[in-house]
Design a protein around this ligand. Sequence first.
Ligand code: SAH
Ligand code: AVI
Length: 324
Amino acid sequence: MNTVSADPVELTDLHPSRDDLLGDVLAGLSGTPKRLPSKYFYDRRGSELFEEITRQPEYYLTRVELALLEAECADIATVVGRRVHVVEYGSGSGRKTRLLLDALEDPVAYTPVEISRSALVGSVERLDREFGPVQMLPVLGDFTQPIPLPEPEREARRVLVFFPGSTLGNLTHTEAVRLLTAMRETIGPKGAALIGIDLQKSPSLIEAAYNDAAGVTAAFTLNLLVRLNRELGANFDLDAFRHRAVYQPGTGRIETFIDSQRAQTVSVHGKSFAFAAGEAMQVEYSHKYTDEGFAELAARAGLRVVQGWNDPQDWFGLRLLQPA
Ligand code: SAH
Ligand code: AVI
């Protein structure tokens, strides 16, 4: 770990992708079926494309969660209490953070944990300007790995983990329980976690959100191959692969694939990988939850749902968790 000055805010750099990208990609391409981890979508261009996705009419998640936060932030702030240290996983542009920090009474510090350097630096610069008294303690890191929590100068009454966007849904249930368990340790006995979850609804609405007409989600997915070409010296032919996202009602998740359009061989860091015509490489899950399903995941991690807020259509929910 080293700390570099991003004047006036100090950024703790845990070097999230440097060591893992090559090993994860080689392992993922060697398996059957081939897989790539979705956390590697978020280089600078990937973070920009994600923001563009949030502005697509089909991608209801951001619009609905922002409106839900606007409507319920005052209530959430009352339940959470004053002088908290907010720790946010996968904070992205920080648009939702603003609403939370604004509503909370005298928040002490803000620790975003982000894998995307450009998203982290941009959001912290904006938030620092807007929330001067809140100490900014950004961490460039992978939230699936142990994250040492920075210590704020002012003592906080409790830690609040904020994890909006249904980013939890990008993890398998086993990975989600592992992350929620680590979260319980991070918040300690007095802490709480506020998690955004996309709820199960009409499959056609869900599927449309991941297959927008403008093709932004497809560009976001395929940008992963652009990144591998640049950073790992791979030679994926962008015209020979296609994005495909399918909702599986049985598992309640969107499964996103990159399909090979023809038989071809791709070289990554000097190693060759053969793709059959039509072969699918699995690159992302986006789980949609039921109340019972989410409460069960939380319980497996030693957490219980103490309060919940849904939008008027029950499309998206925020759940406040505390140690059971
Ligand atoms: N919370 C924001 C952004 C969601 S996009 C919102 O609700 O709109 C998911 C964000 O999580 C991206 O900014 C991405 O860079 C980050 N992310 C994904 N996997 C991560 C990981 N393993 N560790 C840290 N950040 C991660
Ligand atoms: C960040 N995450 C919750 C988004 C999602 O909906 O799964 C990422 C995304 N993938 C395609 N579109 C958006």
